[in-house]
Ligand binder design. Structure first.
Ligand code: SF4
Length: 349
């Protein structure tokens, strides 16, 4: 194996075959090693994930990121999970791109509610020239509010990532969605390599990468491991890893799937934490359906970021107040509160 951990974890006696405890950003993760993590007894896996989490995020804060759909519906792609694809009859209406003031109002509200990152999502195959001008203005203005900026606009062509970087974008989100072996059964209008090409452009432009996937789409455990292996083997791996649970929307091809065992979802979070130890692992879509206990297990497994706000593009998300209550119940600190504390102590306050 070619893992080269940056920091050694204390040895743990698990009476299992030795597995890598943490990976450096450039490490490679053979699929069988990732699968071996998935196959660990649940408590062993959680223990390892906790070790990795505490070693790499000693403050234990949870990042709140708010996602706004700046251009909803009417998308020409055929992602089988997505209610925004024009070809599926899901009741989502195609709308024009939001005006700048609407976006800024939402960003101010997100910031005032404690979000530190604001993500702008558009249902496009890729942004057109006229879209880019508008999005660049949004990025500049949102950044000026003191928020980290993220955008998810589809595939990027040469030069577009650089323009977003120049406008002040911090992160670009582009998910791999699933393992290459399963991908074709969910999406046919863009290839896996197209996604990797966009991620390459994002990296080359000096943007941070937000990249994850969706589980519960009918994939096998091996394919879940395949997704995590793909992500962990990006060099370097993404700074942000959203792990989504499929939200089944009537009218999409994936509506009516057998639900995924919640422990498999928690395992996926834990394996992401172990294989990408320094990434923000984001508990993303599907939280509303999970309930508090499963979410708490996800935090225990190493999730340290959530999407915050009552809508996730077009599907429902827990209310911000419910999230606050859950974090309070679990004694978790938000990143905004942590940053405030750091500032106060720097000022001697
Ligand atoms: S996931 Fe994105 S690209 Fe795919 S159909 Fe939905 S909006 Fe379009």
């Amino acid at each position: 194996m070619s893992h080269a951990p940056t920091q050694e974890l204390k040895p743990v006696v698990l009476h299992r075959p030795a597995l890598p405890a943490a990976a450096a950003p450039a490490a490679t993760w053979p699929l069988e090693d990732v699968l071996a993590l998935f196959d660990l007894p649940f408590t062993d896996l959680m223990f390892r994930a906790q070790q990795s989490h505490r070693l790499n995020f000693p403050d234990g804060d949870v990042e709140l990121a708010t996602l706004l759909s700046i251009k909803t519906g009417g998308c020409e792609e055929d992602c089988g999970y997505c209610p925004q694809a024009a070809r599926y009859d899901t009741g989502v209406e195609a709308k024009k791109i939001l005006d700048i003031e609407t976006v800024l109002d939402a960003a101010r509200q997100a910031r005032d509610n404690g979000a530190t990152r604001f993500c702008m999502g558009a249902a496009w195959r890729s942004p057109k020239q006229r879209d880019m001008v508008k999005v660049e203005e949004m990025v500049r203005e949102v950044k000026a509010l003191g928020l980290e900026t993220c955008a998810t606009l589809g595939m990027l062509e040469e030069g577009q990532a650089n323009r977003l970087k120049e406008a002040g974008l911090d992160y670009y989100n582009h998910n791999l969605d699933s393992a290459p072996e399963f991908y074709d059964s969910v999406i046919s209008t863009r290839a896996y390599q197209d996604r990797l090409d966009t991620l390459g452009r994002v990296r080359e432009a000096g943007l941070k990468v937000c990249c994850g996937g969706i589980v519960g789409m009918g994939e096998t455990r091996m394919q879940r491991a395949g997704l995590i292996a793909q992500l962990a083997n990006l060099n370097p791996y993404p700074e942000s890893v959203p792990v989504n649970h499929l939200v089944q929307v009537e009218g999409t091809p994936l509506f009516g799937m057998d639900p995924l065992d919640p422990f498999e979802f928690v395992r996926t979070i834990a394996v992401a934490r172990i294989t990408m130890p320094k990434a923000r692992v984001r508990l993303s879509a599907g939280r509303r359906q999970m309930g508090e206990a499963v979410q708490a297990m996800c935090f225990l497994a190493g999730a340290n970021s959530i999407f915050y706000g009552d809508k996730l593009l077009t599907t429902d998300n827990p209310e911000a107040g419910d999230d606050r209550m859950l974090l309070d119940k679990l004694g978790l600190t938000t990143r905004a509160a942590m940053l405030e504390r750091v500032q106060q102590s720097a000022c001697g306050g």
